[in-house]
Design a protein around this ligand. Structure first.
Ligand code: SF4
Length: 712
């Protein structure tokens, strides 16, 4: 009585889960986050949130959080609590001694698409300018690196050309290898609303599984896993045969069409339909829908990217847009959906081993010289850096002796998990910087550094449509957790004292804003130029799409409107690559193909979503899906416990009948790790084979078999 409840304070920020990049209003009292609302003014979501975003406030200051630095000296079984000075001095001494004794490439950094742009930039400068190694890669390697290659080879720059509003304005959408109803739910809601308002809009879904996204489809092509390149070439063959290509556009704006034409001549519709496991009529219907629509837009995600042919799949899909002139206009274009909240920021800041900041290449001497001059160092490292799978191979065989992992859980998320666990146990020094202390990777940490998390840090992220949004701090992190950028800069300064004493520091940053100010200069004059942006401009104008050069008053919704691409001659390139079968095929011992994917209410390895009980309501357990015919053939019943085996390992879990699958296929959600499966996680089954250009591993196709497990 008499006590008037105070209204919570509101801080606007951005959701930390998927690449849609929804604006979130955080309700808090300065100490605790009390609730979240969708930001009605954010152009990605206009107030909507999905189940994950709407539960963000339940996953903040939870028991699973890392609160204090912990250090294990020698190979004692347990880490002990320590203070930050001891922790960072220890790390700096070990890294400096390792570099001095074994060279800069004996250390590596494995970072995350969930870091902010400012964190990424600090890590990159640390690895390339300070340590002098290109051994810095990110979990975006598992997510978007095939799309990066696709855009660069075909269009000349890693720049998705479309905006979310193009999805709403398009007349025909081709959604390939993406269950956006689950993985990008708010964008899917926007698409549902657009289709309801414009029923003439046509939606084609290409996916071996009949996912919830197919509910919206006018045509679902359930192609056999891995046959996408053949499908796209077969479609182009049909478009050519029927005269449904845009010859004027091809002549004016592209190169290489004749070579591609020769290649797709061999992809006759009948043979493609047979190879893809669909009917000729379905293939023809698809070509007709694409060609008859005034505007055509394609969306894709992991189904294309996580493949040993990921680069070829991306290029073959972009070929369709170039051949029909369906790019560079509203409602049209190839549009990849990014998985992580700041996978794009990672690509921009050069956070894959082969990249440098500002969409530059680590293998390009001019690019190296530009960045070295900007940073005031003599030169940048020349030796190729290692990509995710290669990097952990090098840890496994002892070439890398000190490994720094930030904001990601490779012990759960990388393929061939047993080998990753062996690698981490063998590594003389594993530093893990994470907000959550319960990940599989944390159990291998010799040094655990507690990091601030969503709602506790400031900076920027870029979403799938190139839109840069502010991430804002509402509360202080729990315990002694610190922001990622400040941990990196503090460590870097201690390393400088040991490796280049007496020289001016490269890491005199006092805020994320200072990092952004330095970094943005490296985008100046490049395709992504956002040197006209700053934290202050974002405060004033709200989220903006790059390019945003100096003097701009608003961002750039669409690219290539004038038909000039980012190649040297301004012409886009057709890429002529044949269909190649997946690396691992079915045989008598492993007669099923395992696909892995996402559930609606979980995120990655569940380090955050796994802390909210209500997010298990939709799917409480990891369950293997098999077609009812495959269950019958093996005398299995819905709910039986089975052993699922691949060439690399096995798991025991329940099996369910799933009519959404084709016979011969198996499906597992990718979220469960060993904390939940009481042994090893699902990536004990998956294979480390990767695409030769993008180095992205084939997480979507592994040959497996199942057998019933009799309970004693
Ligand atoms: Fe967050 Fe993605 Fe859901 Fe939006 S759609 S609330 S960004 S998880």
């Amino acid at each position: 009585s008499g006590v008037v409840p105070t209204k919570p304070t509101i801080t606007a920020s951005t959701c930390c889960y998927c690449g849609v990049g929804c604006g979130v209003l955080i309700e808090h009292d300065g100490e605790r986050i009390l609730g979240v609302q969708g930001d009605p003014d954010h152009p990605a979501n206009f107030g909507r949130l999905c189940s994950k975003g709407a539960s963000l406030h339940l996953t903040g200051d939870v028991d699973a959080r890392a609160r204090y630095p912990e250090l294990r000296l020698g190979k004692t079984p347990a880490r002990s609590r320590t203070d930050w000075d001891t922790a960072l001095d220890h790390a700096a001494t070990v890294f400096a001694d390792t570099i001095t004794a074994h060279g800069p490439d004996s250390v590596a950094f494995y970072i995350s698409g969930q870091l902010l742009t400012e964190d990424y930039y600090a890590f990159n400068k640390l690895a390339r300018a300070m340590v002098h190694t290109n051994n810095i890669d990110s979990n975006s390697r598992l997510c978007m690196s095939s799309a990066v290659v696709g855009y660069k080879r075909s269009l000349g720059a890693d720049a998705p050309p479309c905006s979310y509003e193009d999805i709403e304005q398009s007349d025909c959408l081709l959604i390939v290898g993406s269950n956006m109803a689950y993985a990008h739910p708010v964008l899917f809601r926007r698409l549902e609303a657009a289709k309801a308002a414009r029923p003439q809009m046509r939606i084609i879904v290409v996916d071996p599984r009949r996912t919830d996204t197919c509910e919206l489809a006018d045509l679902h092509l359930a192609i056999l896993p891995g046959t996408d390149v053949a499908l796209f070439h077969g479609l182009l063959h049909l478009l050519l045969w029927e005269g449904w290509i845009d010859r004027a556009y091809i002549d004016a704006h592209t190169q290489g069409f004749d070579e591609l034409k020769l290649l797709v001549r061999d992809y006759s519709p009948a043979s493609v339909a047979r190879l893809c496991g669909i009917s000729l009529e379905e293939l023809q219907h698809c070509a007709r829908l694409i060609s008859s629509a005034p505007t055509f837009l394609s969306l894709w995600c992991m189904g294309l990217n996580q493949s040993t042919a990921g680069s070829a799949k991306n290029s073959a899909l972009i070929n369709l847009h170039l051949a029909t002139g369906q790019i560079g206009k509203p409602g049209a274009g190839p549009f990849s959906l990014t998985g992580q909240p700041n996978a794009m920021g990672g690509r921009e800041t050069g956070s894959l081993s082969n990249l440098l900041p500002g969409h530059r290449e680590a293998g390009n001497p001019e690019h190296r010289a530009e960045v070295a001059a900007y940073w005031g160092v003599e030169q940048l490292p020349v030796t190729n850096g290692l990509s995710a799978v290669e990097l952990f191979d090098a840890v496994h065989d002892g070439r890398i002796k000190a490994l720094w992992i930030a904001c990601t859980n490779p012990a759960q998320s990388l393929p061939d998990q047993q080998k990753i666990h062996e690698a981490l146990s063998r590594c003389p020094c594993v530093v893990v910087q994470d907000a959550f202390a319960t990940t599989e990777t944390c159990s291998f940490a010799d040094l655990l550094l507690p990091a601030a998390s969503w709602g506790e840090k400031d900076g920027t992220v870029t979403n799938s449509e190139r839109r840069i949004s502010r991430v804002r701090r509402a509360v202080t992190p729990p315990g002694e957790a610190r922001t990622d950028w400040s941990i990196i800069c503090d460590f870097a300064r201690r390393l400088e004292q040991r490796l280049r004493p007496g020289r001016p520091s490269l890491f005199d940053f006092t805020s994320p804003e200072a990092l952004f100010e330095e970094y943005k200069g490296l985008t100046a004059g490049r395709d992504l130029d956002y040197s006209g942006l700053s934290h202050a401009v974002l405060e004033q104008l709200g989220p903006q799409q790059w390019p945003f050069p100096p003097g701009a008053r608003q961002g750039t919704p669409r690219l290539y409107l004038d038909g000039r691409f980012s190649t040297a001659d301004g012409r886009a390139r057709f890429i002529a690559e044949p269909y190649r079968a997946a690396k691992e095929l079915r045989d008598a011992r492993y007669p099923l193909l395992l696909n892995t994917g996402r559930l609606r209410d979980q995120w990655h390895g569940m380090s955050r979503t796994g802390t909210a009980a209500q997010l298990f309501g939709h799917a409480p357990d990891a369950v293997l899906g098999l077609h009812p015919d495959d269950l019958r053939q093996r005398q299995l019943r819905h709910g039986d416990l089975v052993r699922l085996r691949s060439r690399r390992g096995s798991l025991i879990l329940p099996v369910h009948a799933d009519e959404a699958l084709l016979p011969g296929q198996a499906w597992l959600p990718m979220h469960w790790g060993n904390r939940f499966l009481k042994g090893l996680g699902i990536n004990v089954l998956t294979q480390p084979a990767f695409d030769p250009l993008s180095k992205q591993p084939e997480l979507k196709i592994s040959a497996v078999d199942v057998e019933k497990v009799e309970l004693p």
